[in-house]
Design a protein around this ligand. Structure first.
Ligand SMILES: [Zn+2]
Length: 307
């Protein structure tokens, strides 16, 4: 909706990068989901084994992935996160404890960003380049806080119309560099994929849609999306791939919420493999956001004639 105020580059930088797919995992536990009240959840019943399930699936497929990790989980996952980083996977921040930035003051957002970045960097002993806001809850002022905290890319923008929890980021002054990618200096914004159809934005990127929709519907929507776009972004969560049964949900959890949480969980790994197959058929190359940002930043420098 702000495209008119975003400067568009005539030549897509992605033309040189090719068609790319970025598979991402938001590393949080089930009780971080916005539809549960964490204070009423048994947080000892972790479903974080789904991170390892995902990691092995990605490894078997010979792919790479971007992980956005909550700061408060970093110590407990330290050996795994170090291995991921050593394998060339991209480890970024998903904030400290999944509080949504749009519910926080700018000062509190800055502190959340600083704290999560420092914690991850201490665990990994390397810089953490990227950020994704919990629930995509970000606006322009908070995006500026992401830049100010030293991140070099963000992936919190999603065109998702009426969803009450998702923010809309005004990208005035950013340059569109192809696909759903925007640049401001050396900082990049990677938009999460949605398909414009029937006057609506249809999400084609979330693990929830891999679980909840029949595969024929997912396949149709994703193929339509891939036919029209150069960048595909998937986001998935550990609870969706965990092999553990559903934890006891808080008493009084509504039927619809229970269904939203648990329906289709046993099929997600299979769906994800099929989705990877569609991306391969479509000629998509798999990269991490950190890799893609480096490639795009290098092509900007080359175009500007700088070394
Ligand atoms: Zn999240």
């Amino acid at each position: 909706m702000h495209e008119d105020r975003v400067k568009c580059d005539a030549t897509s930088m992605l033309a040189s990068a090719g068609r790319v797919a970025v598979l991402t995992m938001d590393v949080e536990d089930w009780y971080h989901l916005d539809y549960f009240d964490r204070r009423r959840c048994d947080v000892r019943q972790s479903l974080l084994d789904g991170v390892e399930v995902y990691r092995q699936l990605i490894a078997r497929e010979g792919l790479v992935s971007s992980y956005f990790v909550l700061g408060e989980l970093a110590r407990g996952l330290a050996p795994l996160l170090r291995e991921l980083a050593a394998e060339g996977q991209d480890v970024g921040s998903h904030g400290w404890d999944h509080r949504r930035p749009l519910t926080l003051t700018l000062e509190a957002v800055a502190e959340d960003l600083r704290r999560s970045k420092e914690e991850l960097e201490e665990v990994l002993q390397r810089s953490v380049p990227g950020y994704r806001a919990p629930c995509f809850s970000l606006d322009r002022r908070r995006l500026e806080a992401v830049r100010a905290a030293g991140f070099v890319y963000d992936s919190s923008r999603i065109e998702f119309g009426a969803h009450p929890l998702y923010g809309t980021i005004d990208l005035t002054g950013f340059e569109k560099v192809g696909g759903e990618i925007y640049r401001h200096g050396s900082f990049f914004e990677f938009e999460v994929s949605t398909l414009r159809r029937w006057g609506r934005q249809i999400p084609v990127s979330g693990g929830g849609y891999l679980r909840l929709l029949p595969w024929a519907a997912t396949r149709y929507l994703v193929k339509r999306y891939l036919a029209e776009h150069e960048l595909y972004v998937l986001y998935i969560h550990p609870f969706e791939l965990s092999r553990k049964p559903d934890p006891p949900l808080p008493p009084g959890t509504r039927w619809a919420t229970r269904a939203r949480f648990s329906v289709g969980r046993p099929h997600v790994a299979d769906r994800l493999r099929r989705l990877i197959g569609l991306l391969r058929e479509g000629g998509f190359r798999f990269v991490t956001f950190a890799q893609l940002r480096r490639e795009l930043a290098a092509s900007v420098d080359a175009a500007a004639g700088t070394p």
